[in-house]
Design a protein around this ligand. Structure first.
Ligand SMILES: Cc1ncc(COP(=O)(O)O)c(C=O)c1O
Length: 458
């Protein structure tokens, strides 16, 4: 007789590393956690959410349906508002992009409409846009995490390969591990993916006859978790072009899953258009967005824009998961969007995170030994610090245990790297978050971390 009745997946799924980190934070009251990806408590929109809910409950006409089950794809008003919001974001990002990327867009657009005159091109572009950002292609999910899970579920069989950035969002790696998928990682540069490396990875997969196992590239494109890196629009164009180039050998589409969880949290520089804005490529792009980080992490309303065949498959899977995200929460977000509460909140939040990021930067400059290199983000919640290669920061390292002894916690870089036999897993980095800690805690936490680091570094 079998010793347990768990499925293969039940047996394979291990405890996520973050659970241990959370436990460590909760069991030590004096500990300052620069580890959690939580947002800033003080700025959570209590008054705004109350106003929006009051508006929902002002009349039974909106109050009753909000308290009733909804439909699987999501509340129609929220789908419409979200699609319009995203279309506006991309339009503004294209317009405000630097001259070079704007001319690249126009050049690419003109290439896709060869003989059309200027006005026909305009009309076609508008038409295309309406199709791309159509509410019909937009699915509301229970956090964007659910979309990441269901998309992977809809596309990948056990043993399939998912391409990821190196490093990447470690919770996504948990999905791959649990579903018996393999990861191949592609190096990151300061402005996003190393496209030359991606091409080499794809070529080696083709040589080994494994390209047909590749269904998906997972990209955290804005202020990436964990490195804070934003992928430039040029790189998104290059990435989609490369995936397309290898599709024939794969024998099926290779999709780009663009995770834009931190997009709303930009506090410096200009927004970058999403991969949906890459001309002619929208049928290969799955865009995952969320209202968690820019509004309230406790609300957990996310969404996805999906190509048609995938939309149906993922919606059916959602039907089995939960047949619809909490309707009340969708009404809340829809009211916040429609009334301007959301927009005003995001603007305030950007200022607040700009300030907290500056506090962290000054503390790092003051307390970290010069041997530590670090990347300053233009948004999101994270700094990424790199120690010399021979100094380990992992869960079992002296740097980590010293930090814990000094009552400060960071995310060891090693947990953000996929298991990939093609390279040795780096183990000398750390993700440090300014999201949840107060300004005083950021200063004190970085001072404690720096004190520990000085034991090992000059
Ligand atoms: C990169 C990334 N994607 C997705 C998520 C999931 O966010 P949610 O499910 O709250 O939308 C997170 C949460 O931390 C994240 O860091």
């Amino acid at each position: 007789m079998k010793t347990n009745a768990l499925s293969k997946m039940g047996q394979r799924t291990t405890e996520p590393p973050i659970s241990w980190l959370m436990h460590a934070a909760l069991s030590r009251p004096k500990l300052i956690s620069l580890a959690a990806g939580f947002t800033d408590n003080a700025s959570l929109p209590v008054a705004g959410a109350r106003t929006a809910l009051n508006q929902v409950f002002r009349s039974p006409k909106t109050g009753q349906p909000a308290l009733q089950y909804g439909i699987t794809a999501g509340n129609p008003a929220l789908r419409k508002l979200t699609a319009a919001h995203l279309q506006k974001l991309d339009f503004q990002a294209v317009v405000s992009s630097s001259h070079s990327s704007l001319s690249l867009v126009l050049e690419l657009k003109s290439r896709t409409s060869l003989r059309a005159d200027a006005s026909a091109r305009q009309a076609r572009t508008k038409d295309e846009d309406e199709k791309i950002y159509s509410p019909e292609r937009l699915l509301i999910t229970s956090g964007s995490q659910q979309l990441l899970y269901m998309t992977t579920e809809a596309l990948c069989n056990e043993g399939d390969i998912v391409l990821v950035e190196d490093p990447t969002y470690f919770v996504f790696l948990g999905i791959l591990q649990s579903r018996g998928l393999r990861a191949r990682s592609v190096r990151l540069e300061r402005d996003g993916l190393d496209l030359a490396h991606l091409e080499r990875v794809l070529q080696s997969l083709r040589r080994n006859g494994e390209l047909r196992r590749v269904k998906l590239f997972y990209l955290v494109s804005y202020f990436q978790n964990p490195t804070g890196v934003t992928t430039s629009f040029q790189k998104k164009c290059g990435l989609l072009k490369l995936l397309k180039k290898f599709e024939r050998a794969a024998g099926h589409p290779i999709y780009l899953l663009e995770d834009a969880a931190y997009r709303g949290l930009r506090f410096a520089g200009n927004d970058v258009p999403s991969a949906l804005a890459v001309p002619g490529a929208a049928e290969r792009v799955i865009y995952a967005g969320t209202f968690s980080k820019p509004f309230a992490t406790g609300v957990r309303v996310g969404y996805g824009i999906l190509p048609k065949p995938l939309f149906a498959a993922v919606k059916h899977i959602k039907g089995n998961h939960d047949f619809g995200t909490s309707n009340l929460l969708q009404y809340l977000v829809a009211r916040a969007l429609a009334s301007g509460i959301y927009g005003r909140h995001v603007a305030r939040l950007q200022k607040r995170y700009a300030h907290k990021a500056r506090v962290m930067k000054l503390a790092i400059e003051r307390h970290f030994p010069p041997a530590v290199e670090w990347w300053e983000p233009e948004g999101g919640l994270y700094f990424w610090a790199r120690l010399p290669r021979n100094v380990s920061t992992g869960l079992k390292s002296k740097v980590f245990s010293t930090a814990l002894k000094n009552d400060v916690l960071y995310v060891p870089g090693e947990i953000c790297y996929a298991d990939d036999a093609a390279r040795r897993k780096p183990n000398h980095e750390m993700r440090i978050s300014f999201g949840n800690a107060s300004e005083a805690e950021i200063r004190e936490g970085i001072a404690r971390l720096g004190k520990g680091l000085r034991k090992f570094l000059k």
